[in-house]
Design a protein around this ligand. Structure first.
Ligand code: NAP
Length: 279
């Protein structure tokens, strides 16, 4: 039976260490989260971020816009926040309403306040093998988890499934920067199981139940980033926990795996930007 990679426990450890650090600061970071529209999942994520930040003593401001907000209005607000020296971190909750260009909005955030690490400056540095100001939160959380459980990356074959800008692409690049041998799979990949069978580590970020035990090499590590509700309303991940936990050496559960690590990483990033910008 596989070792469970406990994201909840690790989040508490990361956050309690961060709180000790923050308690010594004379002034505190201020994180602004912009939420446009009524997406129920986004509202839950934003509330969790606000609550976690407040528990740490980080100033947390949520700016809500209706779903018909104009792109111009968002860009004007971001410009204002970029110029406000009391604000140290800006996050735009995705997805945005369809009429708004995600690229335009993200590109407007100052890289020094880009707490998700999504702006072209931070992405460009990551993809050129240099240090960005901060790393994207979900990939960062996955790496913290692998490191905590002593899972070596150098020389290992890691198969990342999913190539979004939020998870798959930056994660693959971060693994490459850590000297893993990385294969990226996606919806057009042929014979996924043949590829996953050769992996030492499989990281799935798809949003569909696609990984079964028989697709894996015995003793591999499986990280499940996916999270969605099935037809019965139950929260699920990409991985069939029952069959995979019989084959893998380590497995991250859903819920309680990568999700809590994403929020811990956001808090780490908020503090890292604050420290970098107050030097
Ligand atoms: P996304 O933008 O929809 O990307 C999904 C990726 O999966 C795409 O690259 C897609 O390929 C690929 N894909 C779809 N069907 C596939 C298949 N049958 N076989 C192989 N690849 C397939 O989603 P995302 O934003 O990256 O999120 C992925 C999942 O992670 C979602 O469930 C999301 O809720 C979850 N998530 C969790 C956290 C967390 O903190 N736990 C954070 C972020 C996201 P193409 O590129 O070819 O379309």
């Amino acid at each position: 039976m596989a070792v469970i990679l406990d994201g909840k426990k690790l989040r508490e450890k990361v956050l309690s260490q961060l709180k000790l650090k923050l308690d010594k600061f004379d002034s505190k970071p201020a994180l602004v989260v912009i939420l446009a529209g009524e997406n129920p999942a986004s509202k839950i994520y934003v509330n969790n971020k606000k609550k976690t930040a407040e528990n740490l003593g980080i100033n947390s401001i949520v700016i809500n816009y209706p779903s018909n907000v104009s792109e111009k209005e968002l860009l004007t607000k971001i410009e204002e926040l970029n110029n406000d020296k009391n604000i140290t971190a800006i996050l735009v909750q995705l997805p945005l309403p369809e009429h708004i260009s995600k690229e335009n909005v993200i590109n407007a955030i100052s890289p020094q306040k880009d707490v998700d690490g999504f702006t072209p400056y931070n992405f460009g540095r990551l993809f050129s093998g240099e240090e960005p100001l901060v790393y994207p939160c979900t990939p960062k959380g996955v790496l913290i988890m692998l490191d905590e459980y002593g899972i070596k990356l150098e020389g290992k074959h890691v198969v990342v499934i999913g190539r979004s800008n939020i998870v798959g692409r930056p994660l693959a690049q971060m693994l490459l920067n850590r000297n893993a041998t990385v294969t990226i799979c996606h919806s057009k990949t042929e014979n996924l199981a043949k590829i996953t069978k050769t992996a030492d580590i499989v990281i799935s970020a798809v949003g569909k139940n696609i990984i079964e035990g028989e697709m894996l090499k015995s003793g591999c590590v499986v990280i499940d980033v996916g999270i969605f509700k099935d037809e019965s309303g139950k929260t699920r991940g990409d991985v069939d926990f029952e069959s995979v936990s019989q084959v893998a050496s380590h497995i991250s559960p859903v819920p309680g795996g990568v999700g809590p690590m994403t929020i811990a990483s956001l808090m780490l990033n908020t503090v890292e930007l604050f420290e970098k910008n107050s030097l």
